[in-house]
Design a protein around this ligand. Structure first.
Ligand code: AMP
Ligand code: TRP
Length: 332
């Protein structure tokens, strides 16, 4: 039996992924590489819907690639590529725009949130058409599964609707992907404000553990994490959100169950506990960070890896696009 196809994408919008991105998404992508035909895309065109800074876009695209590889996305097992290197994304994106309704696109909550933040006059058209480009990202690869976080559920629903509509109207063209919302088992909270999720946009600098930050800086952030009243090391998200978050982080990286950690730290103080968590994080990130830095040190080889992925992606994408054009009556 052939393997199921997986496709997901991540925007190159920061110099470093944070621990939440890793545990909430990328780690699960790594696991899906085995037993699936995985395509992972750095969606640089989507990143253009935010602030456009040419030097930063380039730097962050390469940094994202280096980090994904260092975190375990293997360019041999998976097809790792940059969206803009596969022009079929824009081409199918247009076709999706031509079958999507203005009303349904207007109902996308990510668009509503981001455009209201930007203000009606500064929101750009690309932000509005973003979900149709995302649908193209997915449908070009005939993906069975699209592992994404809960926040992307509506975009995947739209993708399914657009695929179904196209197939019904113009003949079988796209696979309608399953819903595949990543399990939020490891939801990581801000170290300074454990009521909020760890996030590069809203979080405090001191509350976010960045993969590319120095090991010393990350150790310091853990040692100065907000703790809770009382002195017990117990998992209790309501009463002890800070300690619970640190237990989650330790357990996710060490593989030791939280209940075992509670026993191990019985009678110990918060200070000792935080030192141990800091060590676990530092030792986990040490080889990852140095692998990423090494990849970034040889930009040409890194770009070569992305070119190989891009060529594989174009192969698959162009046959889907051809079929879509043919079914639409476009002369080829
Ligand atoms: P973002 O770039 O912030 O949209 O994050 C990309 C993906 O990383 C999300 O769709 C989530 O799956 C995951 N993620 C981000 N922040 C966290 C977090 N604090 N805890 C767990 N997963 C997260
Ligand atoms: N919109 C997604 C996000 O913000 C990123 C993305 C773009 C994506 N294209 C995709 C995710 C295709 C999955 C599949 O996280």
């Amino acid at each position: 039996m052939t393997q199921k196809r997986v496709l997901s994408g991540i925007q190159p919008t920061s110099d470093s992924f944070h621990l939440g991105n890793y545990l909430g998404a990328v780690k699960q992508w790594v696991e899906l590489q085995d037993g699936h035909d995985a395509f992972y895309c750095i969606v640089d065109l989507h990143a253009l819907t935010g602030e456009i800074e040419p030097a930063l876009l380039r730097k962050r695209t390469l940094a994202s690639a280096a980090q994904l590889i260092a975190l375990g996305i293997s360019p041999e097992k998976s097809t790792l590529f940059v969206q803009s290197q596969v022009p079929q994304h824009n081409q199918l994106g247009w076709l999706m725009e031509c079958i999507a309704g203005f009303g349904e696109a207007s109902r996308m909550t990510q668009f509503k949130d981001k455009s209201s933040k930007a203000g009606a006059d500064s929101a750009r058209v690309g932000l509005f058409t973003y979900p149709m480009l995302q649908a193209a990202d997915i449908l070009l690869y005939q993906a069975h599964l699209v592992p994404v976080g809960e926040d992307q559920r509506q975009h995947i629903e739209l993708t399914r609707d657009l695929a179904g509509r196209f197939n019904t109207r113009f003949g079988e063209t796209f696979r309608v992907p399953d819903n595949f919302i990543l399990k939020t088992a490891a939801k990581i909270q801000d170290l300074q404000d454990p009521a909020a999720k760890m996030s590069k946009s809203s979080g405090s600098v001191a509350g976010v553990l960045e993969i590319m930050d120095t090991l010393e800086a990350n150790a310091k952030k853990i040692k100065s994490a907000t703790t809770d009243a009382g002195r017990e090391i117990k998992f209790d998200e309501k009463e002890k959100p800070g300690i619970s978050n640190l237990l989650t982080i330790h357990s996710a990286l060490s593989g030791v169950a939280i209940e075992k950690l509670e026993v191990e730290f019985e009678g110990k103080g918060y200070g000792d506990f935080k030192s141990v968590v800091a060590d676990v994080v530092v030792e986990y990130l040490r080889p990852i960070r140095s692998a990423a830095l090494e990849l970034l040190d040889d930009e040409k080889s890194l770009i070569d890896i992305l070119h190989v992925g891009g060529a594989k992606a174009r192969d698959v994408a162009s046959s889907t696009l051809d079929l879509a054009y043919k079914n639409l009556g476009v002369v080829r």
